[in-house]
Write a protein that binds this ligand. Structure first.
Ligand code: ARG
Length: 588
């Protein structure tokens, strides 16, 4: 159990002994660290409920504590806060417990939740772009955070592979290469195993086809027909579409791999193709859906809605299904096939109405019960200096690949400027620059709250100073190097001993805040809590290291204890960086 949970339980018992609630005993890190290490504010609310005087109640709580031997100070402040300071012995004993336990002090969920995180959302035939950065890193981080807390977490990329762009591409390719066997309706296969198009072809064809569909009615109509026929399963179209899909997945995966983002499932909109007709029929039969001018809709507005929630479209008048239909059917699929109890969607916050409609429809249709959580954890956008979504110089959408390359190139410059890694072989230097550049990009993103927009400032992100990915990697590398140097000198880390001053004491206190931080990040679906805490921990370490000259310390027990502290600090920082999808080089 974490220290804060342990203290909360002890104070809870004291409140219970006074006939009050255990929850009143909640202990938190003190907001006034100069006065105390922790505080318990429960006496205020409890006194109000019980009609008692808060300061007097706070004193009664202190008197009712079952064992006060671990406290150096318990005092009442202001209107009835209880200020708590541990003895140095108790503090060190607790930290050493975590150290000796080999972990980081995180408790595993008593009842693990099987959940899915839907966080990729790339579309077939399009390369990943800047809009895919936030959902990718936030989703990956949340997946790791929930997993670290003992849950069963499945990541699904939910590929966009069933919509109108597919028909546009089919029509476009038919115009360009009408003789391909896929277009001959008298054939049903087998078709060539080799794709007739590369990712580069698709990249060029996609925008061309989409503007043609807008400008040219005849082409637009053909594209629509092709989409409908694909969705009905025309063999040649399906075979060709499979090539589009595979070629795209290869390219998309490469970039995700580079980012350290991996998915358990590469499902797509098309995964639920077989479910669509029966689902729509069922909804019509049960009266959940109704026909409206040939289309099928589900009314999802509720009496106390503040804004207007329009009906959800399940099928268009030509019978075609769409984005909303696939998401409703996907919920059904995830319940039936995976039996998940929670579905969290890390998707652009601008899609909030879509998810509101989809979730309401799924509930109205009885696809999920109240015991299944459906949540859109919307993400903000990456903006340029003008505060609008980031664009390239010529107004296009920057590709993720390009952002990664830029970040890595700048990281290489910064390493050189700081004279880091300069005497290593060029291969190692390149590998280090890659990790540093990626850390700049990912930490630059994750340090912002999930739902906020932020301004993309690569210069600031790649700096080795301040709240940045490179600073955190550098901190971890420094801890590694201290431990390595000590090992070379034959000095072994030992049990963490009581602190000798404020620097090692503050570091111990900081180390003990990890478990609550991870829980908070999960509860708010907000990795920035982990990101900011990792920075604070690294900064606290830096102050400690500056003042406590570990390897010069003559007292062997103290030196070994400090090394133990470095060991735990590195373990915790590595754990946090992994939650942030950052990888630490061996040296710099
Ligand atoms: N492909 C979609 C888009 O580009 C995002 C998919 C998000 N996930 C979902 N289940 N709808 O907007």
């Amino acid at each position: 159990m974490s220290l804060i949970a342990d203290l909360s339980e002890q104070f809870g018992r004291a409140f219970v002994a006074l006939g009050l609630e255990p929850a009143d005993g909640g202990v938190a890190v003190s907001q006034r660290p100069e006065l105390a290490q922790f505080q318990c504010n429960g006496a205020l609310g409890a006194a109000k409920r019980a009609g008692r005087q808060p300061r007097e109640l706070a004193a009664a709580v202190i008197a009712a504590l079952d064992d006060t031997s671990r406290f150096a100070d318990l005092s009442i402040a202001g209107p009835g806060f209880i200020n708590i300071t541990l003895s140095d012995d108790a503090l060190a004993t607790f930290v050493e417990g975590v150290h000796a336990g080999g972990g980081v002090g995180v408790d595993q969920a008593a009842t693990p939740v099987k959940m899915i995180i839907d966080y990729g959302g790339p579309n077939v035939a399009k390369e990943l772009h800047v809009g895919h950065l936030r959902p990718a890193v936030i989703g990956e981080s949340l997946k790791r955070i929930f997993f670290a807390l003992g849950n069963e977490v499945i990541g699904d990329v939910h590929l966009g592979d069933w919509g109108s762009p597919m028909g546009q591409l089919l029509a476009e390719l038919e115009d360009r290469q009408p003789d391909l066997p896929y277009f001959d309706e008298s054939l049903t296969g087998p078709y060539p195993t080799e794709s007739p198009v590369t990712m580069a072809d698709l990249n060029e064809m996609y925008p061309a086809a989409s503007s043609k569909a807008k400008a040219d009615d005849e082409f637009g109509e053909r594209a629509r027909r092709a989409t409908a026929e694909l969705q009905k399963g025309r063999p040649g179209y399906l075979a060709l579409w499979n090539h589009f899909r595979e070629v795209s997945i290869d390219a998309i995966k490469e970039v995700y791999d580079e980012l350290g983002v991996t998915f358990d499932l590469w499902h797509g909109e098309s995964t639920v193709a077989e479910r669509l007709d029966p689902l729509i029929e069922r909804l019509l039969d049960s009266g959940v859906a109704r026909r409206s001018e040939g289309a099928v809709v589900v009314d999802v507005a509720l009496p106390d809605d503040k804004g207007e929630i329009p009906p959800l479209l399940m099928a268009k008048s030509d019978g075609a299904t769409l984005y909303t239909t696939w998401d409703v059917a996907t919920i059904e699929d995830r319940v039936d096939e995976l039996g998940v109890a929670a579905m969290i969607y890390v998707v652009d916050a601008r899609q909030s109405l879509h998810f509101e409609q989809v979730f309401r429809a799924a509930r109205k249709a009885g696809i999920v019960g109240d015991d299944v959580l459906l949540e859109h954890a919307g993400n903000g956008t990456v903006n340029g200096p003008d505060g609008k979504p980031l664009k390239t110089r010529d107004g296009g959408t920057p590709l993720l690949r390009g952002l990664i390359d830029d970040a890595v190139a700048r990281a290489a410059d910064r390493l050189a400027e700081n004279d880091l890694a300069s005497e290593y072989a060029s291969e190692e230097r390149t590998a280090i620059a890659r990790l540093v550049g990626l850390s700049a990009l990912k930490y630059g993103d994750l340090q912002n709250h999930r739902a906020s927009d932020y301004i993309f400032d690569l210069d600031r992100f790649v700096s080795f100073e301040g709240r940045t990915g490179p600073y955190l990697l550098y901190s971890a590398v420094r801890m590694q190097s201290i431990l390595r140097k000590a090992a070379e000198a034959g000095i072994k880390p030992g049990p963490i001993a009581p602190p000798v001053g404020e620097y090692d004491r503050n570091l111990m206190l900081a180390l003990l805040q990890l478990p609550e931080t991870v829980v908070r990040a999960a509860e708010h679906r907000a990795p920035n809590h982990v990101a900011l805490y990792a920075y604070e921990l690294a900064a606290e370490f830096s102050r400690f290291y500056e003042h406590c000259r570990i390897l010069d310390e003559p007292d062997a027990t103290r030196r070994a204890g400090w090394l133990g502290l470095v060991e735990l600090c590195l373990r915790e920082l590595s754990f946090l960086l992994d939650l942030l999808v950052l990888e630490v080089p061996e040296r710099m």
